[in-house]
Design a protein around this ligand. Structure first.
Ligand code: ATP
Ligand code: MG
Length: 396
């Protein structure tokens, strides 16, 4: 007997009341999309589970892919049999023989109340068969093997193996966010954390050629190719930032340059988020990491926009961020050397407590509005589409 299905559980979704239907639908669509090249698979949506019907397909690559889809709490490889006690016993006996271990426990859930045998009796009958025909012993507290039986309306599912999913919410249920993507370690991690909460992303990058090179763009494309694992298509908006940056350095003292530069970035993000219908902006900022990321700096920088700015990494240490970057596969790309517009013009003594009135006075020295208009009307777009890349497979 081969595993017939993968049982997909939602976890957090279960608490979502009336939104549940939409959530399940979105998750089912995401699953279908992610598994579309496995032609024999079928997806079945039920009230509190989704089932992937394997139809003879090897479960391993399917499982690997499912484990990256946000909104899935856990996954079990199951046998599905008719709800008939003899068939259940037979399947349980067969399944437990595949497992290694000396002790076992049987659990049963009778969701289909039409089934005439209550859970305790199912457990006892199945355990008796196993005890009679194998050397396994019962251990209810710390068993090597836990055999679960779920009697449902459409049949009975039997499983011993449960794997954790990515958790979070299905991508798309949280709307769309505009992610400020540099080429560093933090922003791809922030993007991932946001996607995990169900928010689709679109990216904005500020490029300052010739101070920053084309290699940065390649790096962003590579980073987004990795993130395609979680969102199949990602739009990258590349904003020309050179003129603004040159004006800032012409008119502002070094200590204020970063603060003003970041205020310009947020003004541009604000404009683009409205144009692209992204109700939030997100960044990779982490509290206290650098001068521009103190709470005072964030306050003065944030003042230019009324769009909520979400900072998924805000309370994480660098080591914690690096750990996630390594797990999701962005770290090695992020550490490639590159020139960021922040590093190129990095001042020696940036302000950790910039003053808002000072910023406004400095900004009045040049016509930044015109430069912002110009930049926001001349940006370049790239679509990073994971479904069209051969290397997509090797990422999984
Ligand atoms: P990262 O590792 O994400 O580059 P960082 O620690 O280097 O972050 P900063 O360079 O101060 O910190 O940038 C903070 C955040 O501002 C970044 O995480 C990113 O969201 C945004 N950001 C910085 N530079 C750019 C850029 N050139 N284009 C788009 N967003 C940027
Ligand atoms: Mg950076």
């Amino acid at each position: 007997m081969e595993y017939s299905h993968i049982m997909v559980r939602f976890g957090e979704l279960s608490t979502k009341g009336k939104n549940k239907k939409d959530f399940i639908k979105t998750l089912a669509i995401n699953i279908k999309h992610s598994l579309k090249e496995f032609e024999s698979l079928r997806i079945e949506t039920r009230y509190d589970h989704i089932y992937v019907i394997l139809n003879g397909q090897d479960y391993q690559p399917v499982m690997t892919r499912l484990q990256d889809i946000s909104g899935i709490y856990s996954l079990s490889l199951v046998y599905k049999v008719e709800s008939d006690i003899e068939k259940i016993k037979e399947a349980c006996f067969e399944l437990i023989q595949k497992e290694e271990g000396k002790t076992f426990k049987v659990k049963s859930k009778r969701a289909d109340k039409r089934f005439p045998i209550v859970s305790d009796v199912i457990v006892r009958q199945v355990a008796t068969v196993i005890l009679k025909n194998t050397d396994l012993k019962v251990d209810v507290h710390n068993p090597d093997i836990t055999l679960s039986i779920e009697v449902r309306d459409e049949g009975t599912y039997i499983f011993t193996k449960t794997f954790l999913g990515a958790g979070g919410y299905p991508l798309g249920v949280g709307g769309k966010g505009l992610m400020m993507l540099s080429g560093g370690i933090d922003s791809p991690v922030a993007a991932y954390l946001l996607m995990k909460r169900g928010v689709m992303i679109e990216c904005i990058h500020f490029a300052s050629p010739p101070y920053t090179s084309q290699a940065v763009i390649q790096k962003l494309e590579d980073l987004l190719s990795v993130l395609n694992k979680y969102q199949a298509k990602i739009r990258l908006n590349i904003i020309p930032f050179t003129k603004l940056q040159e004006e800032i350095y012409k008119h502002c003292p070094e200590s204020y340059a970063i603060t003003i530069m970041r205020r310009m970035m947020f003004r541009l993000a604000d404009r683009l988020s409205k144009r692209r219908k992204c109700p939030i902006i997100a960044s990779g900022e982490s509290l206290g990491q650098v001068a521009s990321q103190t709470i005072h700096s964030m306050n003065v920088i944030n003042e230019v926009t009324n769009v909520p700015v979400i900072r998924p990494c805000v309370t994480l240490d660098k080591t914690e961020i690096i750990k996630i970057a390594k797990k999701i596969g962005t770290y090695e790309i992020s550490i490639r050397p590159y020139e960021d517009c922040c590093t190129i013009f990095a001042p020696k003594n940036p302000k950790t407590m910039p003053r808002l009135d000072e910023c406004i006075e400095l900004e009045n020295k040049f016509d930044f509005e015109t430069l912002i208009d110009e930049a926001i009307n001349n940006y370049e777009v790239k679509i990073i589409d994971g479904t069209q890349k051969e290397e997509f497979d090797s990422l999984l």
